[in-house]
Design a protein around this ligand. Structure first.
Ligand SMILES: [Zn+2]
Length: 173
């Protein structure tokens, strides 16, 4: 995509962050997946809404969706809303080993260049830690879960960069 910038900051409002986190908690211990809507201004991605896909098959390590149904949603966004599709979000279930927070090779394959993917790594809470922002990554407890949320943008066939997140009102640590 010509003119797209890759060195982006992904700005979320509190409601959108909650939608992403509720979705990850709801489907635990299976993955969730949904769409991110918003607008891009230069190197700022304003993520205004997140909607979980409902008609998908969820598994612990992946989801399967019907491309026709997803296309239908994308058409509606293009025709009705003023928002653009910025990308998608999904969750990674953590089995106790803290894996590096990054998209899998399948995740990268399925993304479009210039699109973002917000990934929530989620596992059961062991002890309480406040939800904070640390170096553009959200980390801490949400309900009975521990979550770590980061945003990635595909910049080449197999390449991605991490876009720091910004959430208004979330304590920076
Ligand atoms: Zn993934």
């Amino acid at each position: 995509m010509a003119g797209k910038r890759y060195d982006c900051i992904a700005r979320l409002n509190g409601n959108t962050l909650e939608a992403i986190l509720f979705s990850a908690c709801e489907t635990f211990n299976k993955e969730c997946c949904g769409i991110l809507l918003g607008k891009q201004y230069s190197n700022i991605l304003d993520i205004n809404a997140a909607f979980a896909y409902q008609e998908i098959d969820r598994y612990q390590k992946y989801v399967i969706y019907d491309n026709k149904k997803i296309k239908k949603i994308h058409e509606i966004v293009k025709n009705v809303g003023e928002e653009e599709i910025l990308g998608e979000f999904h969750s990674h279930i953590n089995d106790g080993n803290i894996k590096p927070l990054s998209p899998s090779s399948t995740d990268i394959e399925n993304m479009e260049i210039g699109n973002i993917e917000i990934i929530t790594t989620i596992w059961r809470k062991k002890r309480f830690r406040k939800l904070v922002m640390r170096k553009g990554i959200i980390t801490g407890c949400f309900g009975n879960f521990f979550v770590r949320v980061a945003c990635f943008m595909k910049v080449g066939k197999k390449r991605y960069v991490r876009c720091p997140l910004q959430v208004k009102g979330l304590e920076v640590s």
